[in-house]
Write a protein that binds this ligand. Structure first.
Ligand SMILES: NC(=O)c1ccc[n+]([C@@H]2O[C@H](COP(=O)([O-])OP(=O)(O)OC[C@H]3O[C@@H](n4cnc5c(N)ncnc54)[C@H](O)[C@@H]3O)[C@@H](O)[C@H]2O)c1
Length: 261
């Protein structure tokens, strides 16, 4: 649990998997800045930090905007002297085929989900290198491998994260920067609540929709954000020192089968 003493972490996303990752890293001793576009996150992270004695704060950042990401990285470095760990968990999840996804929605999805990884990397990687190396974990999705209908922009972004992860890993391995991605199946977060409202069906409760999503996973349930955060912590720690350029599925067996019984 104390893998991160003296480490500085930047996390994008202030709810769901981003929040759980921030808490897990902070519980391991890291100082964490979580960046997101939810103005209520600061109060939430303050409360959790006080309750649990963690060094965690939030900053309002639109991760698709170059200047805001640059400022956030500058802020962390200015206050703490550097960055060791970067976790990219911010994302949007539009629904639609290419026929009913506007170009604006397409561009927004690709810019938030993939562009933010380029931007945080561009500004943070030099800082990781100055500290002798570090770890980047990008949250992708099983939908980067195989997908539902009606998620064209989202799956394009998730496949791109797999490819970008490999490129960043190769480019910066010699400088000690490890870059990996995680591909979750269904995980209990606000984003899955959105999927439940979209796919759940009329009058179906979130609980019943989550149970149906869970039943599609061989393990028989959806995942919890803390389970993904544990994998983030492993990859971000020295325990993962020989791992780079890889993607890790955490999906209750969802993509192990072909869905035919
Ligand atoms: N929950 C799942 O079932 C599931 C499955 C596979 C992959 N994922 C991935 O996990 C990651 C985390 O998602 P989550 O499930 O925790 O959902 P979430 O909605 O809780 O988290 C997404 C976060 O991104 C932030 N965000 C969105 N647009 C932003 C912007 N422009 N600037 C700054 N922040 C912005 C939101 O405020 C939110 O905190 C995402 O990459 C998502 O695609 C989730």
């Amino acid at each position: 649990m104390t893998d991160f003493n003296g480490k500085i972490a930047l996390v994008t996303g202030t709810s769901g998997i981003g929040l759980a990752s921030a808490i897990r890293l902070a519980a391991g001793g890291a100082k964490v800045l979580a960046c997101g576009n939810d103005p209520t996150a600061n109060a939430l992270l303050d409360r959790i930090s006080k309750e649990r004695g963690l060094e965690m704060s939030a900053r309002l950042v639109d991760v698709s905007r170059e200047a805001e990401v640059q400022d956030a990285v500058g802020d962390v470095v200015g206050r703490n002297g550097g960055i060791d760990i970067l976790v990219n968990a911010a994302a949007v999840h539009p629904f639609g085929t290419v026929l009913d996804t506007s170009f604006e929605t397409w561009n927004r999805c690709l810019t938030v989900n993939v562009g933010s990884i380029y931007l945080t990397g561009r500004f943070a990687i030099p800082e990781l290198i100055k500290r002798g190396g570090g770890s980047i974990v990008n949250i992708s999705s099983v939908q980067g491998y195989a997908c539902q209908e009606n998620v064209a922009a989202y799956v394009a972004s998730k496949g791109a994260i797999h490819a970008l992860t490999r490129a960043m890993a190769l480019d910066h391995a010699a400088a000690g920067v490890r870059v990996n991605s995680i591909s979750p199946g269904s995980v209990r977060t606000p984003l899955l609540s959105l999927a439940a409202r979209t796919y759940g069906g009329d009058g179906v409760s979130e609980k019943d929709a989550f149970a149906r999503f869970g039943a599609a996973h061989p393990i028989g349930r959806i995942g919890e954000p803390e389970e993904v955060a544990e994998l983030v912590a492993y990859l971000s720690s020295d325990r993962g020192a020989f791992i780079t350029g890889s993607d890790f599925r955490i999906d209750g067996g969802l993509t192990a089968g072909i869905g035919v019984k």
